[in-house]
Write a protein that binds this ligand. Structure first.
Ligand code: SF4
Ligand code: SF4
Length: 341
């Protein structure tokens, strides 16, 4: 079997929102630059064609020339997905439905209406055909959502855009379950997703680690670099009970929208490991091979070296081995990348 490279790529740390709960404020304050397109193209040239890219927050659609980047991936037949806060999704929808002023290359003419494909598979002839999935983060329903994101009317905008998007792309909705979201609000959100034919609703356990967890992890591995300072740790039992209560409420609704839990490993007993360490690679905002969202030690610059050579770098291999030998570090214990081996 050929090895498929699954790569999480943080193109930029820039974001068009400033959410109160954002875990990446500190990183962004240090480096908020917009990446250079030529450098991005060099990185794409150094990727294997058998790659699936996942463009992560901070806000992929904010990157200028993002359509040129997507077009370059289309040329190389590299599949990709994006995670977005959806502020720019209406603009992106215009691209996907052919607005000549925004489009180039892979945007064919003559698409005037949405294909009705809810019952079957997604339209293979659509533009940006290697864009396999759009992951949208929605943590609240209605006004609560707008308050938490410090923007008015966003949710109303979202309500207009998503039902159109689901006709042309595979859409997944992710909700971070915190004790702050009321049972009533999460039920409303889930029922709305079901009413507009969303196939999957991902419920993500809220990451919860403290300053002490960071210090312990750094004691275990002295070279470890962690951006997030950690805060006051909340009682994990309270989090778990709250999560399970909401899950059971949603399951009782018996909707067609499938519920996915991330990480399922928190609720199972067998051996846990980390998907990011075992099965995926990560490129950071500097174009360097790195470890994960929280552990930001980085290695070779992928604009200068082929990815298949970069992963043979001994420093990279040994560093990952070190983390695995101490796994789970204290900061890892509630991470959404946990999985059962
Ligand atoms: S949208 Fe995401 S990355 Fe941007 S500020 Fe909010 S939480 Fe942070
Ligand atoms: S489990 Fe640990 S190593 Fe893996 S992504 Fe989470 S914080 Fe990083």
């Amino acid at each position: 079997m050929t090895y498929k490279y699954i790569i999480n790529w943080e193109l930029s740390l820039a974001c068009n929102l400033d959410c109160s709960f954002c875990s990446q404020k500190e990183r962004r304050n240090i480096n908020n630059k917009i990446p250079d397109i030529e450098n991005i193209f060099k990185i794409i040239d150094n990727l294997h064609s058998n790659t699936h890219l996942s463009f992560l927050w901070w806000e992929t659609l904010l990157v200028p020339n993002i359509i040129s980047i997507f077009n370059k991936l289309e040329e190389k037949e590299i599949t990709y997905e994006i995670t977005t806060n959806w502020i720019l999704l209406d603009k992106f929808l215009e691209v996907l439905t052919h607005n000549p002023s925004l489009s180039t290359g892979y945007l064919p003419t003559g698409i005037n209406s949405f294909p009705k494909i809810r019952e079957g598979s997604y339209n293979n002839n659509v533009i940006l055909k290697h864009l396999t999935q759009i992951n949208i983060s929605i943590d609240w329903y209605g006004d609560f959502h707008d308050i938490s994101r410090w923007k008015k009317w966003l949710f109303n905008k979202l309500k207009k855009v998503i039902p159109k998007l689901i006709n042309i792309k595979n859409i997944t909705i992710s909700t971070v379950i915190s004790p702050n979201i009321s049972n009533e609000n999460i039920v409303k959100l889930h029922l709305w997703l079901n009413s507009i034919w969303i196939k999957e609703h991902k419920l993500i356990y809220m990451m919860n680690f403290s300053k002490t967890d960071v210090e312990h992890s750094k004691k275990q591995i002295k070279e470890l670099r962690i951006w997030l300072p950690g805060s006051e740790k909340l009682d994990n039992n309270v989090f778990k009970n709250n999560f399970l209560e909401k899950l059971s409420l949603l399951k009782k609704l018996n909707t067609k929208t499938k519920i996915i839990i991330e990480p399922i490993a928190l609720f199972k007993k067998w051996k846990i490991s980390c998907k990011q360490l075992d099965k995926q690679l990560r490129i950071d905002e500097n174009g360097k091979l790195s470890i994960c969202e929280f552990i930001t030690n980085n290695f070779d610059d992928i604009s200068k070296i082929n990815i298949s050579d970069a992963i043979k770098n001994n420093d990279f291999i040994e560093f990952k081995k070190l983390i695995k030998s101490k796994f789970p570090l204290d900061i890892c214990k509630t991470c959404c990348k946990l999985y059962n081996e």
